[in-house]
Design a protein around this ligand. Structure first.
Ligand SMILES: *[C@@H]1O[C@H](CO)[C@@H](O)[C@H](O)[C@H]1NC(C)=O
Ligand SMILES: *[C@@H]1O[C@H](CO)[C@@H](O)[C@H](O)[C@H]1NC(C)=O
Ligand SMILES: *[C@@H]1O[C@H](CO)[C@@H](O)[C@H](O)[C@H]1NC(C)=O
Ligand SMILES: *[C@@H]1O[C@H](CO)[C@@H](O)[C@H](O)[C@H]1NC(C)=O
Ligand SMILES: *[C@@H]1O[C@H](CO)[C@@H](O)[C@H](O)[C@H]1NC(C)=O
Ligand SMILES: *[C@@H]1O[C@H](CO)[C@@H](O)[C@H](O)[C@H]1NC(C)=O
Ligand SMILES: *[C@@H]1O[C@H](CO)[C@@H](O)[C@H](O)[C@H]1NC(C)=O
Ligand SMILES: *[C@@H]1O[C@H](CO)[C@@H](O)[C@H](O)[C@H]1NC(C)=O
Length: 828
């Protein structure tokens, strides 16, 4: 049940009762709560988290939530008190502009003096403060009361939002009788409307409409449609509104170019006024959504919410979430609730997007699943998709199929996508990594791997005309020079000519995973080609570059540096764009510099496929560990951006898994916790959440490879039931200490057999089993030998993918040692 320990044997039962009693004694909350009860959707709704806190199903299209001002990327900012409506679709955690939020509805108890013109219409006029402390959320349900004393509760089905308004018997505005007035506004959150229309069906009170809008971090436009119905009170009056005035006309249409100003400048929509509600002063509003048509929006609503039973749908949403959480069982060992809340909320947020729009695609109908809000894969490849592979392989399989179907119909894999539009590429072509990660982890049902291979090879070989939204730029230089030059000459395509360093290392890793797939599919020549290109990061490594901070030499030599077409080195201070120097200097714009959202210090560590060579290049293990320590301790690392995640675990490659565990505790809970401020950066569709979830479970993926780094779980034990095989894998701490003082693995066994590798393969989760980690208060020799570290191409790497303590039959990824095609002159 995803809750604290469920076992059948009576011994286990007693043990669990004992654990329960101990936990009680140690002063923490009563145990026995399920994962569902620990989730707080409000975590990350201020301080730049941009989390959507409203009601959604796992991967659902309908996402009902409040919309206001402030940092309203997800609709609602806990730090801002105003709410101007409730809308039915959102993206969560995005760093671009606010997303979706089309067709917000807003309720008023009545119009002063019974004058329809005295009600409030434009969003900036009607925006109302909330009652502080009135926002409550749990998965599938959100509840808030505004100072007009109207309470709004909301829940959803897959394509339909359902609201329950409770009106005060006595409206707070003077001279006002209770005659609820509910309007719908044709705007969206980022105010991008370029065409719209609305139709009011006066008798029934139904309002339908649609409009054309722009995506929040991409190009083009999209169309969206709604179908709004009410129940609970008789219709008194209805019409449309425009600017601050209401009309009793029943339709309104705005076309692009109809006026000098853009349509988005005119607030407009429909309204219905009601007699006093018949029961409990409540009115239900049902809003069906569609990207296809108004008719389909109505059909979605009618099919999904045939009866006005709000509580039934709250329970159905809860059941849908519980079934997602049920695959994880935690024995918490008496840890503070902070960890349990952060953990379960992280798992929850990892399943908000991508959104399942199957059946809603207006452009093609292939019978394949269609997911959207891959927002963005640059953020999600690192831990969201690997987490979904682990917890919900069925959904991950559908998402990979959808990516391939997008490739098939649009010619390219997306790197970012929202609202049927192409989103901005931040660096490499990272769908390549999602696809290869899936391949290595038995995500396979219905996936055409030849199509997948064609798609990733196209990313590597063919430059698109606009590489800001797909594929890669500078491919000619990439193939001939082996790096992306600063001020590159690129006549094949157009894109934002910045980030030459970060694009180089990301393209290199993209080619590494393509090499892996080439090997698996038997494309030997391609394998050699892409493996060789995966070493291109070395062409931007300047061995004598030093990093001087405030006049003091950090002592570390050798960093990535920009290079021109002619091979001459450029210069970017290795700390530039870190918190130590012009933190925000490297965003996605033409004046951005040679790294993206981070410094050279950070990107110099990005060689996920060949850490052994990187370690020797940086002066060997001890020197590497010193450098990584400086990176984590100097303030140069910002943990709130996804490229930081892997850096917590790179110690594993230097044979120091204990230091990875220390770093994990350095950041959790100080930077990831259970407060509304509780994530350090944009959640990016759950990326921060998936990081927290993995780290606290005690393993973290090197995405694109069949590798999970092992650290002790933050709980006494963690079990995951695999959705493909039905087997359960358990990681259990022996000598667990809920204060997390003993975080050092002294020894380990896998199914009773000693296990010395500091990493796991996915077969552990497919086959099930028990990994027992015996903990102590000091670093030990466990996992420190060269043969214990995860595989790499270079000198400390080894080509052995068989797993200790179990048979490795059926495991993909048998590694062939490649011929080394570069000179490791700086090796130790
Ligand atoms: C809610 O709290 C904020 C910040 O403390 C305050 O500015 C605002 O006036 C309060 N609103 C209400 C309705 O009490
Ligand atoms: C909602 O969509 C999911 C797929 O994303 C599906 O598994 C689920 O059954 C749907 N729920 C209902 C009630 O149809
Ligand atoms: C206006 O309504 C018609 C009929 O429902 C629809 O076909 C059209 O696409 C709508 N226009 C916009 C901009 O939504
Ligand atoms: C609670 O504290 C006691 C000592 O006071 C300790 O023996 C026990 O293991 C702790 N329980 C848990 C679940 O950590
Ligand atoms: C190489 O190109 C850069 C940038 O145009 C220029 O500053 C530098 O002088 C050139 N170096 C050589 C050796 O031509
Ligand atoms: C929780 O995390 C936030 C964001 O990283 C941080 O600013 C805050 O200090 C943390 N709070 C606690 C109590 O650790
Ligand atoms: C791989 O997944 C399929 C279902 O897609 C499952 O039947 C099979 O047992 C899995 N293979 C392994 C090796 O676990
Ligand atoms: C690789 O595996 C074989 C058994 O298949 C074992 O004999 C050998 O010692 C292993 N090598 C390393 C470096 O782990």
């Amino acid at each position: 049940m995803g809750d604290v320990m469920r076992k059948t044997s009576s011994t286990a039962l007693w043990l669990s009762l004992l654990a329960f009693a101990n936990a009680q004694k140690n002063g923490s909350q009563p145990r026995g709560k399920s994962g569902y009860e620990y989730v707080d959707p409000l975590i990350g709704t201020s301080n730049g988290g941009h989390v959507f806190p409203g009601a959604t199903l796992p991967f659902g299209m309908a996402k009902a939530g409040p919309d206001g001002f402030g940092e309203n990327q997800g609709g609602f900012d806990s730090a801002d008190n105003m709410v101007y409506g409730f809308s039915h679709m959102h993206d969560s955690g995005t760093g671009g502009s606010a997303s979706l939020g089309n067709f917000p509805i807003f309720a008023q108890s009545g119009c002063p003096n019974d004058d329809i013109q005295a009600c409030q219409y434009p969003y900036f006029v009607r925006a109302t403060e909330r009652v502080n402390g009135s926002a409550h959320a749990r998965p599938g349900y959100f509840d808030i009361t505004l100072v007009n004393n109207i309470r709004t509760e909301m829940t959803v089905t897959n394509h339909t939002a359902l609201y329950r308004f409770t009106f005060p018997e006595t409206p707070v505005t003077p001279n006002t009788k209770l005659n609820p007035h509910i309007l719908v506004d044709l705007r969206d959150l980022p105010n991008t409307k370029s065409a719209s229309n609305v139709t009011v069906h006066a008798k029934s009170g139904r309002i339908t409409g649609g409009g054309e809008y722009s995506p929040s971090f991409g190009i083009g436009t999209y169309r969206s449609y709604f179908c709004l119905d009410f129940i609970g009170a008789a219709v008194k009056d209805a019409g449309v509104w425009s600017n601050s005035r209401a009309s009793r006309a029943y339709s309104l249409k705005t076309n692009p170019g109809d006026r000098r100003k853009t349509p988005s400048d005119r607030p407009e929509g429909g309204w219905v006024q009601f007699e006093k509600p018949s029961q409990g002063n409540q009115i239900l509003a049902r809003v069906g959504m569609s990207f296809v048509s108004e008719d389909q929006a109505c059909t979605n609503a009618e099919q999904e919410v045939p009866k006005p039973d709000f509580d039934f749908h709250v329970q159905a949403a809860e059941a849908a979430w519980r079934s997602k959480f049920d695959v994880i069982t935690i024995e918490d060992g008496g840890v503070s609730d902070v960890f349990l809340k952060a953990f379960w909320s992280g798992v929850y947020r990892s399943m908000i997007s991508p959104q399942d729009y199957t059946g809603e695609n207006p452009f093609w109908n292939s019978g394949e699943p269609y997911y959207d809000s891959f927002y963005c894969i640059w953020d999600s490849f690192r831990s969201i998709h690997p987490l979904l592979t682990l917890l919900d392989p069925h959904s991950q399989t559908r998402m990979v199929r959808s990516l391939l179907d997008i490739y098939k119909h649009q010619g390219w894999l997306p790197d970012c996508r929202m609202s049927f539009c192409k989103g901005n590429t931040q660096g490499g072509s990272n769908a390549d990594i999602v696809i290869v990660d899936a391949y290595l982890k038995n995500i396979s049902l219905g996936i055409d791997w030849n199509l997948a291979y064609e798609a990733v090879v196209k990313d590597a070989e063919v430059e698109p005309p606009n590489w800001d939204v797909e594929g890669r730029g500078g491919l000619e230089s990439w193939k001939t020079l082996g790096y992306i030059p600063t001020e590159n000459l690129d006549i094949q395509g157009v894109g934002t000519e910045s980030r030459s360093i970060s694009r180089t290392v990301e393209y290199a890793y993209n080619d590494f995973v393509i090499a892996t797939l080439a090997r698996e599919l038997g494309h030997t020549a391609d394998y050699q080609k892409y493996l060789s290109r995966s070493g291109n990061w070395k062409n931007m490594f300047k061995p004598d570059q030093r990093s001087i901070v405030n006049g003091v030499d950090t002592g570390f030599e050798g960093f990535l540096q920009p290079r021109y077409l002619n091979g001459t080195w450029g210069y970017q201070d290795p700390i530039f764009c870190s918190p130590l120097q012009e933190f925000t200097g490297c965003y996605l714009n033409p004046s951005g510099r040679e790294t993206y959202e981070g410094p050279v210090w950070l990107y110099t560590f990005f060689v996920p496929g060949d850490m052994a060579t990187l370690i020797s290049t940086l002066g060997g293990r001890d020197r590497f560990v010193q450098r990584l320590n400086w990176f984590h301790e100097s303030g140069v690392l910002y943990i709130g951006d996804e490229q930081a995640f892997l850096k917590v675990f790179l110690y594993h490659y230097a044979g120091r898994p204990a230091l990875s565990a220390e770093r994990a505790h350095q950041y959790i809970p100080s930077q990831f916790n259970d407060t509304v401020n509780g994530i350090p950066g944009n959640d990016d569709s759950g990326a921060m959440g998936s990081f927290e979830a993995f780290v606290m479970m005690g393993f973290f993926p090197n995405a694109g490879q069949d590798v999970y780094f092992i650290i002790p779980p933050f709980f006494e034990s963690v079990s995951i039931k695999n959705g493909q095989t039905g087997k359960t894998a358990t990681v259990r701490n022996i000598n667990f200490d809920p204060a997390h003082k003993s975080i050092y693995i002294q020894s380990a066994t896998l199914n009773g057999v000693p296990y010395t590798r500091n990493w796991l393969q996915h077969s552990f989760f497919l086959d099930g089993g028990v990994l027992e980690l015996t903990l102590g208060p000091q670093e030990s020799a466990w996992g420190t030998r060269p043969e214990d570290v995860p595989p790499s191409l270079g000198p400390f790497g080894h080509g052995n993918w068989t797993v200790q303590g179990r048979s490795a039959t059926g495991v993909k990824g048998a590694w062939q040692m490649p011929k080394m095609d570069w000179d490791l002159s700086r090796g130790q």
